[in-house]
Ligand binder design. Sequence first.
Ligand code: OOB
Length: 546
Amino acid sequence: MSSAPLPGTAAWPPAQAAAYRAENLWRGETFADLLDRGAAESPHALAVVDERHRWSYAELDRRSHALATGLLRLGLRERDRVLVQLPNRAEFVEVIFALFRIGALPVFCLPAHRQAELVPIAESASATAIITCGTHARFDYAALARTVRERVASVRRVLVVDPGEFADGTLALDDFRDEPGPLPRTDPAAVAFLQLSGGSTGVPKLIPRTHDDYLYSVRRSAELCELGSDTVYLAALPVAHNFPMSSPGILGALWAGGTVALTPDPTPSAAFRAIERFGVTITGLVPPLLRMWVERAEAGPAPELASLRVVQVGGARCPDELARRAGPALGATLQQVFGMAEGLVCYTRLDDPLEVVVGTQGRPMSEHDRIAVVDDDGNRLPPGAVGNLITEGPYTIRGYHGNPEADARSFTADGWYRTGDVVSVRPDGNLVVHGRGGDWVNRGGEKVSAEELEGHLLAHPDVRDAVIVGTPDPVLGQRICAFVQPADPEVRPSLATVRAFVRERGVAAWKMPDTVVVVDRFPETGVGKTSRRELRRALVDGELRN
Ligand code: OOB
């Protein structure tokens, strides 16, 4: 047991940490304690369920203890970093609790990550092992992990969860489910895992989260979302992502004594079936998925959704129009969630008026969160002004892992996190997200909010979804390109139609799109957010043509 921070990781100032402890926000509990408590209080309650597994709290507790013992025998140690890349299935929960139990740090990779992401992640984490699966969704993850091991000297072991898929120098996880033995006690103040930044540019940054700080956010999220032992949370988004992990996510469900259900396929056919089969009460989605679910439910009755009480949307700005339709279509309460793996998470509350749920991204979960809106020079702006959001608090990191350049950019001198988001705060305290610093097109000095223009295009009956990006222009600096997904594939809106429509809505002439590109699908980031970067690249490379 050691309370020294992970080398290369900035920690909270000691006085601040002491204050969070004194106020009982940080309670000196570990993730292992959370599971032990669940197993002691309700051993027979269902903890985790997927297509192939049903584990009670006692079973999950025993399995994670057995695997922890085996991983120790294999030579994994406290503070070792272990890349975990698994689809949404029960073993994910078993694996991360086994790692927590021995104080090894999972590094939460997404199934969509490939060599270009995993190699630098493994390098900057100095990872010693990778835990992955065999072939999933026609992709050979074990082969990817072996490639990463070949390229990154610190990575010595690859463990594969699927029996029979561990050839060629990889190990079968099954061989490390030992008779549960003695385990070290981990330090609640220590870094528990490394989460990845959701940034859409460059290599993901490593985000160190401690047991103390993360459990506070999990507890507060679970309370705010009214989770209890009757909760069944469906992980539909990739479970390693911060949103389905902890907002309130799978950890919130386990904290509350509820059930975690997992589906590897979040599209309506598979997910609606999972909701019916497991009696799901709450789940979280990104806007493009919410749109698919709402469209499916609006197209005909969806009795499979009868158990659903709350549907959360977050990760990217949910258009007001979609937020308005979601509750009635899905027969559930919509909750907007604006959060970041670095910390701060805002929620609309379950009893907020519709206008708040439709038109805002909620307010910070904790009275101990501090937020401010500043201009580009860091000066505080008057109430209600649109500007850059900065924040600090009991579960917002003070620095990345081993990345002083990123720290210098992303944190103020007094340790506040620069979120990169452009927001305004309403008098009622709710935030409206206007985009990211980069989600503005600067057209010859005139700034156009991508989000605002997208809102106008979405009002057109022939437009199903729209994304605005700026593309290089020799004269203007940037020009406005509108990517449009048509409502009916046969009706493809033209540039003239779009411009006339936007003009009729009384929008300034300089906000008119210069180009319209009709596409059938938008490219997505690992967690399913629309990837503006990919759209920009495809446009520049000439891959997308009207
Ligand atoms: C979540 O976390 P990340 O780390 O993948 O991405 C964070 C960024 C935010 O800075 C913001 O730019 C964007 O994603 N974002 C939203 C949003 N929620 C996240 N932008 C507009 N509206 C929203 N509701 O994405 C994340 C972490 C925890 C909970 C929920 C989302």
